[in-house]
Structure formats: C-alpha cells, structure tokens
Ligand binder design. Sequence first.
Ligand code: DGI
Ligand code: FE
Ligand code: FE
Ligand code: FE
Length: 188
Amino acid sequence: KMSREKLMEATRRQMPSSRWEHTLRVKETAVELAERTGADPEKAEIAAILHDYCKYWPEEKQREWILRHRLPQDLLQFHKELWHAPVGAVAVREELGVDDEEVLNAIRSHTTGRPGMSLLEKVVFLADYIEPGRSFPGLDEVRRLAREDLDRAVLKALDNTILYLVERGLKVYPLTILTRNDLLDKIP
Ligand code: DGI
Ligand code: FE
Ligand code: FE
Ligand code: FE
C-alpha cells in the first residue's frame, strides 16, 4: 500500500502546478470539514489528494478508460469535464492500488454528487467547491452553509452549477439533477 507521501507524489506528477496547488487547498479544507462534521479526516485527506488525479489526462485517454472499464457510457455524450471524476476513481485503484471504497466513492462523485452521498462524499465535494482559491458567484453563501448544514451547502452548490450551465445553454448531466432531487427530498 502506498503511503500518503507516495500518493501525493504520484498525483502531483499528473498535473500542472496550479492544479496541484488547488489539490493542496482541497486537502486542507477537506480535513477541516471532516474534523468539524465527524467524517474520517484521514480518508478525507486521501480522497482530496486524489480527487483530480486524471483531470489533465488527454481527452482520448479518458475516453478509452470510460470505454474499457465499463464506466457509464452516457458520460461520452456529456461535457468532458465530467469524466475525470469516475475515471479518476478507477485510475487510482488500478495505478496506485487504492482500494478503500469510501475514498473511491468520494473521488467518483466529487463533480456531480450522487443520490445517497455519504458524509465523506459531501465533505470532499464541498472542499473542492469552497477551497480558498475559488471565486465565483454564490460561493460565499455555500461557504456559510458549509459551516451549518452540509446537505444545504451541497444543494446550493448544485443549484449554482445547474444555473451556470443553463445560462450558457449547456447540457446538465442527469446525475447532477438526481443528486439535487435527492437532497430536496431529504432537507426538512
Ligand atoms: O475539477 P475541478 O475544476 O476542481 O471541479 P469539478 O470536478 O467540480 O468540475 C467542475 C466542472 O464540471 C465545472 O466546469 C462545471 C462542470 N460540471 C459540473 N456538473 C456538470 C458540469 N458540466 C456539465 N456539462 N454538466 C454537469 O452536470
Ligand atoms: Fe474535479
Ligand atoms: Fe466540484
Ligand atoms: Fe478539484
């Protein structure tokens, strides 16, 4: 099994320094959020380190992994920005030997969420969204909600993403909508 330091080195090699700096900020934010909410901080840290593992892989390589590893084939009909999360979960298992299913789930769902997200998945999803290097409309509201109620924070982040996509005339991946609907049913 690879140490945390080896996982960091292997991940850093996959991306430009700007993306690695984002990764380090997601790591710090995820550990903080985990400690505050009762998620496992060590799993949050590992998932955060790995979450964008294949973000900078060539489009063709990501497409091949989707085809060869039986990932949801409908991904290929949607924006390639969505691919690196499910491809990343398979890639860190195959290339780095990561076998913790909770960690792999958090990597897989970090862009769209999924219905029935675990606490760890919400922590990693939100850490990616609110890390201190981010700036976009509605972010302060998500940061505020993340201190009070993770479900409402994830819902607000999804609302922002969906509105952003609709405003630009882009397709919304169905899983993003299913995650939002699931949270709407659960939030009192
Ligand atoms: O990889 P990061 O940039 O750190 O963050 P991310 O994995 O959350 O990716 C965010 C990108 O994915 C952002 O540009 C919006 C896009 N995205 C998220 N949900 C959807 C989506 N794009 C499409 N087309 N459809 C979605 O449902
Ligand atoms: Fe990502
Ligand atoms: Fe995200
Ligand atoms: Fe990210």
